[in-house]
Design a protein around this ligand. Structure first.
Ligand code: URA
Length: 234
């Protein structure tokens, strides 16, 4: 983060005023005067303004993104593929995605700089259900449905009970809503594969009681206070 922004976020001055203070030699970094307003502040730097150590306000940000297919859920990608960060443009805080959606999965992704909440939402011990709408190949028989609900072996791991509803059954495919609270890699795809159905399309539509609603793919919005409160208390 640039020095002037760091100072502004500490609440003591606007960015412009921060520039003035810096040029006047009133800002020190690790004990030495720093006159470059554009200096990039490192995590370990100690910043003083007029002799007082300052810290930027740790403002928490909570965003709901409707991730399209074709984006990696990561802050960066060594193979330089598009990441979900490429979809976020006007947020100054360093946010990160909570949990992961596959490259080819679309739907709800929470992004935040609140590590505690991210941990809470991701940890299976908290039983926070994530709801996926899956289009799968073939028929979903009552027997397959029962197996998915009870838990299936996805390769050395037996999934916990899931809530599964068939929304539509056509001749060659079905639309199924599945709620799980674990987050194993490609879990939903593996669960359907375990009972003999291939996932053709996968979208996450809910996290706990939070709904994706009409948020368009590639768009995002800040969570409301009520939604944030809910996530903190659920
Ligand atoms: N399960 C999957 O298989 N993929 C996802 O992206 C999320 C859950």
């Amino acid at each position: 983060m640039r020095l002037n922004k760091y100072i502004a976020q500490s609440g003591i001055a606007s960015r412009r005023k921060a520039d003035e203070l810096t040029l006047q030699g009133k800002v020190k970094i690790n004990g030495a005067v720093m006159k470059e307003p554009g200096y990039n502040v490192a995590e370990s730097d100690v910043i003083e303004v007029n002799g007082h150590i300052i810290k930027p306000d740790s403002k928490k940000i909570y965003i709901m993104l409707n991730k399209p297919k074709g984006f990696i859920t990561s802050v960066d990608d060594e193979r330089e593929r598009p990441t979900v960060m490429d979809l976020i443009s006007d947020i100054d805080e360093r946010i990160f995605p909570v949990g992961r959606l596959d490259f080819n999965t679309s739907g709800m992704l929470i992004m935040t700089n609140d590590g505690d909440l991210a941990y809470k939402l991701s940890h299976p011990k908290n039983h926070i259900y994530k709801t996926y709408r899956a289009k799968v190949s073939g028929q979903i028989s009552a027997e397959r449905l029962a197996r998915l609900r009870k838990g299936v072996d996805i390769g050395g791991f037996v999934t916990s009970k899931a809530i599964v509803d068939v929304i539509k059954q056509s001749e060659r495919s079905a639309v199924v809503e599945i709620k799980i609270y674990e987050g194993k890699n490609r879990q939903v795809r593996k669960m359907f594969a375990a009972v003999g159905n291939k996932v053709l399309d996968l979208e996450r539509i809910e996290i706990g009681e939070l709904r994706l609603g009409h948020l368009k793919q590639g768009h995002y919005r800040k969570l409301t206070q009520k939604e944030i409160q809910y996530l903190k208390e659920c």
